[in-house]
Design a protein around this ligand. Structure first.
Ligand SMILES: Nc1nc2c(ncn2[C@@H]2O[C@H](COP(=O)(O)OP(=O)(O)OP(=O)(O)O)[C@@H](O)[C@H]2O)c(=O)[nH]1
Ligand SMILES: [Zn+2]
Length: 223
């Protein structure tokens, strides 16, 4: 699958101003990148040079990157069943504060099974099944996501080394195996509540997510 950059524009948000960039794959599926302090490497566009006129390199902070898979229910509807909405908002805020970074917003709803199947899985969860078993009972993988769009998206703004905001070791492994240096993993534990504590525990205990055993305590920032 190949990915093409399509267009970009300014996007003011309540966290600050981002540039929003649209990418498309061969099937016309759109992925979105929000950036701060990063510029297209394309010769035809304005970008900040890497060296000064006297050829000395210009030091820049390592970009703070969040790879975030679409969650309509959490990101748009403030669902309490997951931690996605608070994670997205906190990551946008943190990237604004560092002044250099990006959100890669990947259109793979429901860990890649799509919105309809995620809601089918929620119906099974209403009957007491956990997030992983619900997917498996539908004959679907626990996690159907791919990350091969991340390389081209980061390359568009010349990024090959990152601080990655995640608790998901798959994301670190994928980037590392594909030539992107994950210099630091930045854990993100926000928005824990009574209704998603079990979901987070399943991610930790059955899906290998790097969550502290005590996430139910005051360790998290509730945003
Ligand atoms: N199938 C399924 N998907 C879910 C459920 N709850 C949330 N999701 C999806 O899980 C995905 C969460 O993706 P990310 O925000 O990238 O986070 P993550 O892979 O859990 O890891 P972090 O980077 O640590 O946040 C989104 O696509 C959500 O739509 C669920 O109960 N079932
Ligand atoms: Zn969610």
């Amino acid at each position: 699958m190949s990915y093409q950059f399509i267009t970009s524009a300014k996007l003011p948000t309540r966290h600050g101003e981002f540039d929003i960039h649209i990418f498309e794959n061969d099937d016309g599926q759109e992925h979105v990148m929000l950036t701060v302090g990063l510029f297209a490497v394309d010769q035809n566009q304005d970008h900040i040079p890497d060296v000064r006129q006297d050829d000395t390199p210009i030091e820049r902070p390592l970009p703070l990157i969040r790879i975030h898979s679409e969650c309509l229910t959490g990101d748009a509807f403030s669902s309490l069943k997951c931690d996605c909405g608070p994670q997205l908002n906190t990551a946008m805020q943190a990237i604004q504060e560092t002044g250099c970074g990006a959100i890669l917003y990947l259109r793979q709803e429901g860990r890649g099974i799509g919105l309809t199947n995620k809601i089918r899985a929620y119906a099974l969860q209403d009957q007491g099944h956990d997030t992983l078993d619900a997917n498996l009972m539908l004959g679907l993988p626990a996690d159907a996501r791919i990350y091969d769009m991340c390389g081209p998206m980061l390359a568009h703004v010349g990024v090959d080394a990152v601080r990655l905001i995640t608790n998901n070791p798959d994301k670190v492994a994928y980037l590392t195996e594909h030539g992107i240096n994950v210099v630091e993993r930045v854990p993100l534990l926000v928005g824990v509540n009574d209704m998603n504590a079990e979901y987070l525990a399943t991610k930790r205990d059955r899906m290998g997510h790097l969550l502290d055993k005590d996430f139910n305590t005051a360790l998290h920032l509730n945003k």
